[in-house]
Every structure is written in structure tokens, then in C-alpha cells.
Write a protein that binds this ligand. Structure first.
Ligand code: ADP
Length: 510
């Protein structure tokens, strides 16, 4: 059968711009769009959360005539299938009042999960598979993301729906720390045979584990960077799934995420007071001066402006920054600007640091898109000392804006930042290895030293950073290679399976 143009259904619990709580949404919104741009028919299925439906309704959602009926643990759920096309990308929104019509996405507040999440995402996973028959659109590949869609490859393999004889599955791990583990009787919701509750399949240390299900049953597995794909096979980074990742390493690859190069473009960024590109960096100096003014920092051009845009949590190594930077600030070598929110104890310590060094340290707590852009553009360097980092985005933005990243050599940071110390004429940032104050101080010393004493070398590193391509276009080609490595033998190129299904245009579900 001709498979030049692949039909690919992405199944994710969030996708930008309809619903976003983290980096998964960026990938689930951007990757299918990039796949469409290279000629494939890629679509996205997401749950119909209240906020997602509101957003979709503003863009003219259409509803299928009849609901899908999905059974879970003896209870039938009626799923409305809404479709909206945004910027050329088709989203199928699976709406179910009793499961998704709530204010929250994963829970009523930060860090609190809804008790019925196993049911919510089991039903979502089943409904995504049933979409094929409902839409009369049979994908070659169903690409499921993270634990919320982890049951999709297992359901497919166990024959759920019986409509996808040749459809293959790909499962992507964005963060292995989140596994959706729950009590074993949740297996009932998906309707798996009880014998699958064993350590080779769906059971993991006495619990049902949807992330493990994705790894075990998918035809191919990807992690969001090459180094992270290796790291999750180790005890340090595997969050107890390292042996599972090792066992399935033969089908595991790492692909670094892309960034939205239109939104993050220093030549056109509407959040910036001045623009620049690699040919003319004058606008960057103007951004730095304006950032100092905006943040109330002293006009001290000899000191390096160092930015942080991050969740304030232990994973991100914020404690290392707090424990290390003061001597450099007192010596007039660096000014620190932090934008973030999270752990209150870390916010408290940052607040104290800033109040001890007015004019040298500035911190803003909360989410602020515009300030994030201005910090990335106006800083000389960006700190990302994460303990682990599956991919990381801020270092990619920083590179594009000629802001040298100072990062821990881990996960996607290791794949995208090369230390200038590798040799003359190479490198686009600074990296350190072990998470301790000694190694972090020494990388800061090196970075500040280069900034102060070797401006030509600094500029050369900036230009190398800016020249790197992190667009989704290149990333989509790598996923295409993964899809093409699968065999679609037996797939039906049946017109009846690809014709558009009947839709009604309506404001309300009908
Ligand atoms: P993670 O997904 O682990 O938080 P990433 O680096 O992959 O880390 O992505 C973080 C994203 O969130 C980036 O786009 C970053 O610019 C943005 N971000 C983080 N904190 C803030 C904040 N306080 N205000 C604005 N944007 C933020």
C-alpha cells in the first residue's frame, strides 16, 4: 500500500493552544503541525476539559452526530466528539461531562490529583482508539504521549475496537517520574485480562502502571532527548522503571524537542523593546539595558546579567543557585534576574537574596510570558542547573537569542549545549557534571571569566548558539523516520475508511 502520506493520530492529555500545563502541550500542538507541513495527515485527540471546550468553541467547533459510548468497569460513558481546525491542524476533542467538565485538568489544585484520574484517562484512551471507526479515518500510526495515554498501545495490542489491524503505535516519554500508578483493580476500567497483571506487563511493584504499559506494548518508544533515552535506563533517572526501559531499549530512541521559531524570534519578538539577529547584535544590548531598567538593576555594564526562567522546584537546581551566587554578586561580576514560581521555601530564600542585594538581584514570582521573553533576550547568560531535564526548552530559546546557557550536563541539556571548553572555535555555552557546589561554582567562574576577559570569544560562542537549528521541521523528519521504520503490512487503503465523517456545526453538543 502507498504510505507516502501517513495518517498519524497523536493522543495527548494536553495540546497547545487549547490546553496547556507544561511542555507536553507544546509538543502535542507543534509536532503534528510540523508533520502536516511535510505532507502527512496528522491530527490530535485531547480530552474535552471545560477550558479546552471553551477555547475550541471560540474557534467554531463542530460536533459529530452521535456520541461514542465507552464502557469502563461496567459503566457506560457517552463521549461527544468535537472537531476544530486551528492553524491547519485538526483537533478531535473527546467530551464527557462527568469526567472532564471541571475547572481543573489533572486535579483541583497544583499537585493534587482527581481521585478518578485512572477512570478519566482509561476512558480517554479507549475513546481515542474508537475514534478511528467513528471518523472512518484509520491512522497508520497512533502516537500516544505520557502516562495519560499509556494504555493506548496496550489496548491496541489487545485488540480493543478491532478496527485497527495494521495500525502501529509509538509511545513518547516526556517525564518518566510521572507514571499514573494506581491500585491494581483499575485494570478493570480498561478491560484487560487479569493475567496481564504481572511484572512483565502491566503490574509494577504491586500497582497498575500506565506508563509502563506504554513502554511494554508500543511498537516504538521515544524519549524527548537522546541522553534522556539513555538516562531512563539507569537507576538514578529511571524512577524504578530503569529495568523496563533497558528491557525495551531495542525499540527506544531519543528525539530532542523543537521550539516555536516564530514565537521565539529575536528579530520579530513583540515582547522586546528592540530587535536583533546574528548579523547585528546591537538590539540585544538595548534589550539588556531595558531589562536592567525594568528590573531596577544598577547600570553596571561590566557585570554579566544572568537570567533564570523556571519552575522553582528542587529538580531545577534552584537551591544550587541560591547557595553559590552571592560571592559573584558581591564582587560585582554578575547580576541575577529570576522569574518563576513553585516551592514557597525557595521563593522565600530568593526574596531574601534580592533584599540583601538591591540593584543586583531581582526576582518576580508567578507566570509572566512577556518578562520571560525579555529575560531570555536581555540576559547575557541563562542558568539551568537541573538535576534532571528530559529535554528543557529555555536553553533552546536562550541559544536563539544569543544568551549563553549554563547548564548541567544531563538529558536534553546535554544534547543541546556544548561547552566552549571543548576546543577553540567550538561550543555554545557552559556545562557542568555532578550536582555539587564545587562544580557549579567552577562553571560560573569560567562563564563569568570568559564574559569579562574574552569578549571576542564570548561573541563567537553567541553566534554559534544562534546558528543552531531547533525548529520543529527537523524534529518532524526524525519522527517520520521512526514511523517509517514500522511495517504497515496489511493496512487497508480503503476509501470508506478515509472519507470524512458527517459533522454538524453547532454551538452545543447535539
Ligand atoms: P518544564 O517543562 O520542566 O517546566 P521546560 O524548560 O521544558 O521546563 O519548559 C518550561 C517552559 O515554561 C518554558 O517555555 C519557559 O519559558 C516557561 N516558563 C517557566 N516558568 C515561567 C514563568 N514563571 N513565566 C513564564 N514562562 C515560564
Amino acid at each position: 500500500m502507498a504510505t507516502d502520506r501517513l495518517r498519524i493520530l497523536h493522543v495527548a492529555s494536553e495540546a497547545a493552544p487549547l490546553v496547556k500545563t507544561g511542555g507536553l502541550a507544546d509538543v502535542a500542538g507543534a509536532l503534528p503541525k510540523a508533520l502536516c507541513a511535510i505532507g502527512h495527515d496528522a491530527r490530535v485527540a485531547i480530552p474535552g476539559y471545560r477550558s479546552a471546550l471553551r477555547a475550541a468553541e471560540r474557534h467554531g467547533i463542530t460536533w459529530g452526530h452521535d456520541p461514542l459510548v465507552i464502557e469502563a468497569g461496567g459503566v457506560d460513558h457517552r463521549i461527544g466528539v468535537g472537531t476544530v481546525v486551528l492553524d491547519g491542524l485538526t483537533f478531535h476533542i473527546l467530551a464527557c461531562n462527568e469526567l472532564f467538565d471541571r475547572d481543573g485538568i489533572y486535579g483541583p489544585g497544583a499537585g493534587i490529583d482527581y481521585d478518578d484520574n485512572p477512570r478519566r484517562f482509561a476512558v480517554f484512551s479507549k475513546a481515542s482508539l474508537a475514534l478511528s471507526g467513528y471518523l472512518r479515518w484509520t491512522p497508520h500510526v497512533i502516537h500516544a504521549h505520557d502516562w495519560q495515554a499509556g494504555l493506548v498501545p496496550a489496548l491496541r495490542e489487545r485488540g480493543f475496537g478491532r478496527v485497527l489491524p495494521a495500525t502501529r503505535t509509538v509511545f513518547s516519554i516526556h517525564n518518566i517520574a510521572y507514571q499514573g500508578a494506581c491500585e491494581g483493580d483499575a485494570m478493570r476500567l480498561a478491560g484487560f485480562d487479569p493475567w496481564l497483571y504481572n511484572p512483565m506487563h502491566l503490574e509494577h511493584f504491586g500497582r497498575f502502571n500506565p506508563l509502563k504499559a506504554g513502554i511494554v506494548f508500543a511498537d516504538r518508544v521515544t524519549a524527548v532527548s537522546r541522553t534522556y533515552a539513555q538516562e531512563i535506563q539507569t537507576q538514578e533517572f529511571g524512577y524504578t522503571l530503569d529495568a523496563v526501559a533497558r528491557h525495551h531499549a531495542y525499540k527506544l530512541d531519543g528525539i530532542v524537542n523543537g521550539i516555536d521559531t516564530l514565537e521565539w524570534d529575536p528579530a520579530t519578538d513583540p515582547h522586546l523593546p528592540a530587535h536583533f539577529d546574528a548579523a547585528n547584535l546591537a538590539g540585544k544590548a538595548a534589550c539588556t539595558a531595558a531589562l536592567r531598567r525594568e528590573c531596577g538593576l544598577a547600570d553596571h555594564p561590566g557585570s554579566c546579567v544572568v537570567g533564570v526562567v523556571s519552575r522553582l522546584v528542587e529538580q531545577k537546581g534552584i537551591d544550587l543557585i541560591l547557595a553559590t551566587v552571592e560571592p559573584y554578586i558581591l564582587a560585582g561580576r554578575m547580576q541575577l534576574i529570576v522569574l518563576g514560581s513553585g516551592d514557597l521555601a525557595l521563593e522565600h530564600r530568593l526574596h531574601h537574596l534580592a533584599s540583601r542585594h538591591p540593584g543586583w538581584v531581582y526576582a518576580w514570582y508567578g507566570y509572566n510570558e512577556g518578562l520571560a521573553h525579555r529575560i531570555i533576550a536581555g540576559s547575557d547568560a541563562l542558568l539551568v542547573p537541573s538535576r534532571y531535564e528530559p529535554c528543557g526548552l529555555t536553553q533552546l530559546y536562550a541559544k536563539r537569542y544569543g544568551t549563553l546557557p549554563i547548564v548541567r550536563h544531563t538529558g536534553g541539556l546535554a544534547d543541546t549545549v556544548t561547552d566552549v571548553a571543548v576546543g577553540p572555535g567550538a561550543g555554545n555555552g557552559f556545562t557542568f557534571g555532578p550536582v555539587d557546589l564545587g562544580h557549579f561554582s567552577s562553571v560560573l567562574d569560567r562563564a563569568l571569566g570568559l564574559y569579562q576577559h574574552f569578549p571576542q570569544e564570548w561573541k563567537a560562542a553567541q553566534l554559534r548558539a544562534m546558528a543552531d537549528d531547533h525548529s520543529w521541521h527537523g524534529v518532524a523528519r526524525q519522527y517520520e523516520d521512526v514511523y517509517r521504520s514500522l511495517s504497515f503490512a496489511g493496512a487497508r487503503e480503503d476509501k470508506a475508511l478515509t472519507k470524512p465523517y458527517a459533522m454538524v456545526t453547532a454551538k452545543k453538543r447535539g
